[in-house]
Design a protein around this ligand. Structure first.
Ligand code: COA
Length: 146
């Protein structure tokens, strides 16, 4: 397995299948994709193509005022590969890059169903929970000080 930077378009299939439950017409383009400096990482292996994707873009968080922060979005691991360390590999690789770039905080709107994953990777819950109306999923902001 290797982690590579990819174009936004290379994330769309996994976003649709894993995060949008293959819903016809569900949006797979995020406004953050167009931000200057946004980047996308994918985990690939030789036989099976893209196993996981995640996207990163500069965005401050009120939970760490004044800190250089990056928003993690679109974290998705292909179902047969979930719980095999693929998501950990992707986030760990991103954290190394972001630290080199001087980023101080990585944060995301974590689905409560995935909160245990982020907690295992050193993220903490901040603030109150909320529901994203389009999906109905309960979320909390989670962040990791880098
Ligand atoms: C959540 C997700 C990104 C995690 O990636 P993954 O490759 O399955 O996770 P990993 O195997 O790298 O797990 C790392 C650790 O987190 C734990 N973990 C993974 N998913 C978890 C979950 N949903 N709940 C609790 N713990 C979880 C693993 O057991 C592992 O623990 P360990 O440190 O004791 O070994 C992936 O399962 C996924 O795409 N799920 C569906 C979409 C989704 O929820 N995306 C996140 C939206 S915010």
């Amino acid at each position: 397995m290797r982690v590579e930077e990819v174009e936004a378009a290379a994330t769309h299939d996994l976003r649709w299948r894993v995060l949008r439950n293959r819903r016809a017409g569900a949006p797979v383009v995020f406004p953050e994709d167009a931000r200057p400096g946004a980047f996308h990482l994918a985990v690939r292996n030789a036989g099976d193509g893209v196993l996981a994707v995640a996207s990163f873009s500069a965005e401050a968080t009120p939970h760490r005022p004044g800190r250089t922060a990056v928003h993690l979005r679109g974290m998705a691991v292909d179902e047969p590969y979930q719980r095999h360390g693929v998501g950990r590999l992707l986030v760990t690789t991103a954290v190394e890059r972001l630290r080199r770039e001087g980023v101080e905080v990585l944060w995301c709107n974590a689905r409560d169903s995935a909160a245990g994953f982020y907690a295992r990777l050193g993220f903490e819950v901040v603030g109150e929970g909320f529901v994203v109306p389009e999906s109905g999923f309960a979320h909390h902001v989670m962040l990791r000080d880098l």
